[in-house]
Design a protein around this ligand. Structure first.
Ligand SMILES: Cc1cc2nc3c(=O)[nH]c(=O)nc-3n(C[C@H](O)[C@H](O)[C@H](O)COP(=O)(O)O)c2cc1C
Length: 334
């Protein structure tokens, strides 16, 4: 399979299988809208002319922030401020989707605790394994959990109104939906915990709600395939469980699944090819699967496609650090 070959995702036509992966830029205004610096990162990502751009995570609720300077789609008065960024991609003719997130206990910036309105919530009162072990999050009540899909729906509506072409639900890297997926952070005994059916219920409810509200909206999921890297001793969320979740996501109408790690994060030695391949098999190749992480050469991108690990290759840091190198991949394929 070639890298510079088109692919349709719902009503989007991607000119290639190269995806600009989301990279949080901490560049927004205090209100959570893009600045000229955010636009500059967007221009860099466009330099290699990816087939699709996935914009960094945007908080769907004020408690869903992971930094004080966090892009937000949590209220109607920020929508207007997103139009220039959406317009940048429209002008370039490159489809752009925006990633929607609730950070839960994955708070990366302790300054957030200085905001008296902020509350760090999670499925269970378990410290986040990658953060300050002294910070115990507040467990969400069932009533609070039932409100969460609505926050994603409203954020998706604002994304559409701002001119973004679709959304990606952030279900990896140990943020709230990933905290629910993992038995290491989800100790609940109600319908949102226990086996993988219970632990994935919130993610599935979110996707079902967004799909139900917007039947035509390109809707992706970034799925944490496991809490351990490929080849490591499995712990926590296992890839077999993620495969079962992926099948459910496809059945609910998710348009593509972008594979990364969950509590283990995104920097897998050797990449996530084996996990992406397992998930691609699990969904019966009915929807495209993306693999991201550690791709810094055209040969590596082609290897992932040729081995059948994925249909789309995500590239993050290289597009910003050396956009000319990635732009030259087109020549490599010619
Ligand atoms: C500074 C930085 C910010 C990131 N922000 C996000 C983000 O907002 N959402 C997300 O899903 N992944 C995020 N990631 C992970 C990247 O999308 C990607 O998976 C990771 O960088 C590995 O790909 P690469 O080796 O091509 O850079 C971030 C990574 C970095 C280094």
């Amino acid at each position: 399979m070639k890298l510079f070959e088109p692919l349709e995702i719902r009503n989007l036509r991607l000119e290639s299988r190269l995806v600009a992966a989301p990279l949080a830029s901490a560049s927004c205004t205090p209100e959570g809208v893009p600045t000229e610096r955010t636009l500059e990162a967007g221009r860099k990502a466009l330099f290699a002319r990816p087939g699709l751009v996935v914009l960094e995570h945007h908080a769907v609720h004020p408690w869903g922030r992971v930094r004080v300077r966090q892009l937000m789609l949590d209220r109607d008065d920020v929508t207007e401020g997103h139009r220039p960024l959406a317009g940048l991609f429209a002008e370039a003719g490159v489809p752009v989707v925006v990633q929607l997130n609730h950070g839960g206990s994955g708070v990366a910036d302790p300054d957030l605790f200085g905001d008296p309105a902020f509350r760090m919530v999670a499925p269970s009162p378990v410290p986040h394994p990658g953060r300050d072990p002294g910070r115990i999050p507040e467990p969400l009540s069932e009533g609070q959990i039932r409100e969460l899909p609505g926050f994603f729906v409203q954020a998706a509506r604002r994304a559409r109104e701002a001119g973004y072409r679709g959304v990606q639900v952030h279900g990896c890297h140990g943020y709230l939906l990933g905290q629910f997926l993992s038995p290491l952070t989800n100790r609940r005994t109600d319908r949102y915990g226990g086996d993988v059916r219970g632990r994935s219920r919130l993610l599935l409810d979110v996707v079902d709600a967004v799909r139900g509200a917007f039947p035509d909206l390109p809707l992706g999921v970034r799925l944490g395939a496991a809490d351990s890297f490929p080849g490591e001793e499995p712990r926590g969320l296992r890839v077999e469980e993620a495969c079962a979740v992926a099948r459910e996501l496809a059945a609910l109408g998710a348009d593509w699944i972008a594979v990364s790690g969950n509590l283990c994060g995104y920097d897998a030695p050797g990449g996530f090819g084996p996990y992406a391949g397992a998930i691609r098999e699990a969904v019966g190749k009915r929807i495209p699967v993306e693999c991201t992480g550690g791709v810094t050469s055209y040969d590596r991108a082609r290897e992932l496609l040729d081995r059948g690990c994925c249909d789309l290759v995500g590239v993050g840091r290289l597009l910003l650090s050396d956009p000319a190198a990635a732009a030259a991949w087109r020549r490599d394929e010619a």
